[in-house]
Design a protein around this ligand. Sequence first.
Ligand code: IMP
Ligand code: MG
Length: 336
Amino acid sequence: MSCTIIVGGFFGDEGKGKIVAHIAHHDRPTIISRGGVGPNAGHTVQVGDKEYGVRMVPSGFIYPDARLFIGTGVLVDPRVFAHEIDLLGVGDRTFVDHRCGIIEEEHIRRDKGSEHLAKTIGSTGSGCGPANSDRVLRTSRQAKDVPELQPYLIDVPLELNTAMDRGETVLLEGTQGFGISLYFGTYPFVTSKDTSASQIAADNGVGPTRIDDVVVVFKAFPTRVGEGPFSTEMARSVSDSMGIQEFGTVTHRQRRIGQWDGEMAHYSAMINGCTQAAITGIDRVDKACYGIREYSKLTPKAREFLAQAEEDIGHPITLISTGPEITQIIDIRDQS
Ligand code: IMP
Ligand code: MG
């Protein structure tokens, strides 16, 4: 039995969805529960030639044998939830904590209509900031107040903790990334909640003593969407010449691309309580690594990069993603 948290170490979009999907197929959890802010998150999971972008349902949905939970701390947009349940056909195994805060259409209007949120901060316009502010002001509705959500309501902390008592394995997936944490990120250019591993545990009502592993996911070339400082950002012409272009899952905005940031990786690993790290996009460090599944086949250039990254992070890199598809990964967790 074990409880593993998976979080993003940079500014989000590190490829957590793919890492969660891989770990799930490997470790066979009975529950995958998500924390994080709400439908401002977009996880992309590619299986074969099919690509899924999800915002409410845990990205671990790809693994068919787990129940999928949305933790107490998360904001739920009932319209996005209904759409995804339908699209993915996971309505029979997806559950929502009865205390989740609700995003109303009015929250979306306030998010998109606010000069400060939409323009200065560059929010995703998904209503999360205004909904979290109403939640703090205690004027928000909860999931239990929404008729359409009734069939999906459960007590997420109770289910998770009793599953662990029975000796089952559970995964807690984070969303967003460390750099946009309300507490530790580049305030005010941040999201409306902490995004670190402790917050993901709290979002799910799992106490700190029950966490066995914290996997922090870093991408070889970090990205940032929206406004705010990004110390290792490259000029667009440089990232274009490297063939790196990315667009947001939720907003379709072009992502800003940066070089590896060892200082940030170190600080992020510290606050997240990292036990193991995952690196995604190693095929961008050296194209020859695309799709490789064995550590011994990585090129010297990629190994050099990984050695430096491991020194910066201060914890072993045990998962190395070599392409977007879920099977394109090197997993050395067992040997470390
Ligand atoms: P909000 O969370 O929609 O209020 O947006 C605040 C900032 O966080 C903006 O810069 C967004 O682009 C960023 N942000 C929010 N969620 C994500 C995410 O899941 N990935 C990357 N950036 C995000
Ligand atoms: Mg994303």
